[in-house]
Design a protein around this ligand. Sequence first.
Ligand code: XIL
Length: 297
Amino acid sequence: ESTLGAAAAQSGRYFGTAISAGKLGEAAYTSIANAEFNMVTAENEMKIDATEPNRGQFNFTNGDRVFNWARQNGKRVRGHTLAWHSQQPGWMQSLSGSTLRQAMIDHINGVMAHYRGNIYAWDVVNEAFDDSNGGRRQSNLQATGNDWIEVAFRTARAADPAAKLCYNDYNIDNWTWAKTQGVYNMVRDFKSRGVPIDCVGLQAHFNSGSPYNSNFRTTISSFAALGVDVQITELDIQGASAQTYAAVTNDCLAVPRCNGITVWGVRDQDSWRSGDTPLLFSGSSKKPAYTSVLNAL
Ligand code: XIL
């Protein structure tokens, strides 16, 4: 196959990218994005601050730009993200307790209703674990009670039964890290108690502080063994080593329930960490990492 999306499809998987609404007018950007990828995540446009800038007033202008571009070009969409400590609008940052809990529920219902039936998977909860100790991140949502995550998932299941519901996080790639074990134990607990969760998103932002480790495959297979799909949701690799990109791809392919890979942007210049040149394209050129991924798929 000659594109990432088509090559991934040979094994029933997808290959996606993050898309920014502000770049959809650039032909150099959209021509690569349209040719190569068959799953789309809005880089910022479906986040809480974008979709509910004032409490109870939803705005889907930019989310719909990304969504409509994807659908018009035959691509599926991952929804990102409904409950998160970051990129909250000011009104939400100032809430607490039962008022914030209700605002979270109302937000999930409002956004999921708008896209109901049209989203492949939602990152229902993003980055809820602490970086070092394996416990929960201290956030305004966590302060509403430890059950906030399961409430978010139960709300999401009722709001759109067709969407897969994912927990998404970074630094849960290395099986030996406490954070990975913390998330693993939560997913195991949810599965044992019937809390609706369908997938775990491994962001996979690899850099010198949190490098790729060959135990990544153990992480993927261990989550999958709990009965959830695993998706690599925001892949970028500082320096874009072709060897490391191939290893990540092979790790996903080795686990049947690892059903897709998304890179966090199209070209290096589009990356949130552009100085790391972490992606598969530079300008209009395919980098060595592109070829290694394509060959691995
Ligand atoms: C990043 C975007 O790429 C940036 O444009 C934005 O300024 C900040 O957020 N984890 C996530 C993503 O789940 O939503 C983040 O995206 C990167 C880290």
